[in-house]
Design a protein around this ligand. Sequence first.
Ligand SMILES: CCCCC/C=C/C(=O)SCCNC(=O)CCNC(=O)[C@H](O)C(C)(C)COP(=O)(O)OP(=O)(O)OC[C@H]1O[C@@H](n2cnc3c(N)ncnc32)[C@H](O)[C@@H]1OP(=O)(O)O
Ligand SMILES: NC(=O)C1=CN([C@@H]2O[C@H](COP(=O)(O)OP(=O)(O)OC[C@H]3O[C@@H](n4cnc5c(N)ncnc54)[C@H](OP(=O)(O)O)[C@@H]3O)[C@@H](O)[C@H]2O)C=CC1
Length: 303
Amino acid sequence: MAAVDRAAGLADCDPPLTGVFSEQLFRGQCALVTGGGTGIGFATARLLFHLGASVMIAARREVVLAEACATLEAERTAASGQIGFTTVDIRSSEAVSALVEETVGRFGPIRLLVQNSGGQFVSDAASMSVKGFNSVVQLNLVSTFRVARAVFDACMSDGRGGAIVAMSLDVDNGMPGMAHSAAARAGINNLVKTLSIEWAASGVRVNAVAPGIIYSESAFSHYGDAAEDLLSALLPAIPAKRLGTPEEVAGVVAFLLSPAASYVTGSTVAIGGGSHLVRKPLLPMDEPCASQPYGRLPRKARL
Ligand SMILES: CCCCC/C=C/C(=O)SCCNC(=O)CCNC(=O)[C@H](O)C(C)(C)COP(=O)(O)OP(=O)(O)OC[C@H]1O[C@@H](n2cnc3c(N)ncnc32)[C@H](O)[C@@H]1OP(=O)(O)O
Ligand SMILES: NC(=O)C1=CN([C@@H]2O[C@H](COP(=O)(O)OP(=O)(O)OC[C@H]3O[C@@H](n4cnc5c(N)ncnc54)[C@H](OP(=O)(O)O)[C@@H]3O)[C@@H](O)[C@H]2O)C=CC1
């Protein structure tokens, strides 16, 4: 009964949540968005910036980050926050420590963390080396833990908390052609559950989003000609019958970071036009392995 009474009391909370979605939603809060120079990361950084946050975007390519910052500066309105960039390879603990230090020095303690950096190459498991499998797990799973730990230790464990959103994939039914990334993202889905429990006492919420197929030039450029074939196989299986946009992911990320999601933690939210509910092919896996057309993408597709 006491628990019910406490919940009832919250209905009258002040301020009411209707005021949450103003242009000042994240005013003055420091946000770190990894991979914020392109695609989903850029759309997210843009939204947070226009909602008043001080946003640091970080990835490996300085030119791309600088261009993204210039674009946002050109869009600045009275409600916008601040924007900055720095280079980082999230696979390096030293680089991640330096990133956190620089972000805090510039914008104050990080309260909003979007762990968007990631990726993989397309290969069936039989053509994948252990080294390749490991490099994708390192990038997507181990580096997610690395960045989360660094930000928690330096900022979010100080009693004032924060919110973290990690980037997963639609992996519920496995992911032919991306065994490494699917295993890593399934790890992320579970990691956010554990961190959400362990860090709840510090006022930190930890969630993930699991996008379906989201179109951006930067994302699709990694797949070259194979992207067309992959899409022809995949599109009919998406209930919404279309691809998603980076903005459609950014909106959910902003919601999860916001006070509107103050009771949401340890969750992974699917953003795929219903695709997580249906079985779909990524590669034509009914063919024998030897005839896999995308067993290994050409070296030019590699970063
Ligand atoms: C159209 C369908 C969309 C599906 C939905 C998903 C979309 C997205 O995720 S969009 C984001 C796309 N962006 C990226 O993927 C960019 C990030 N990718 C990378 O940084 C790299 O490609 C990497 C993480 C996969 C590998 O980087 P790194 O650790 O630097 O690895 P190395 O180049 O040193 O290679 C190590 C090892 O990995 C294997 N390998 C790498 N590339 C390929 C490849 N194209 N095909 C097969 N195997 C590959 C290989 O074993 C490498 O070892 P060595 O052969 O000894 O070099
Ligand atoms: N597009 C889609 O359909 C889907 C994408 N995702 C995931 O969403 C995230 C964003 O992807 P999307 O925007 O589509 O594609 P992008 O290729 O545009 O984004 C990937 C970002 O990660 C950065 N990055 C990659 N490796 C590193 C690294 N070692 N250190 C720091 N930053 C790195 C890249 O920047 P740089 O190269 O400069 O380092 C880039 O900004 C990724 O994790 C992706 O796997 C998940 C589901 C579906």
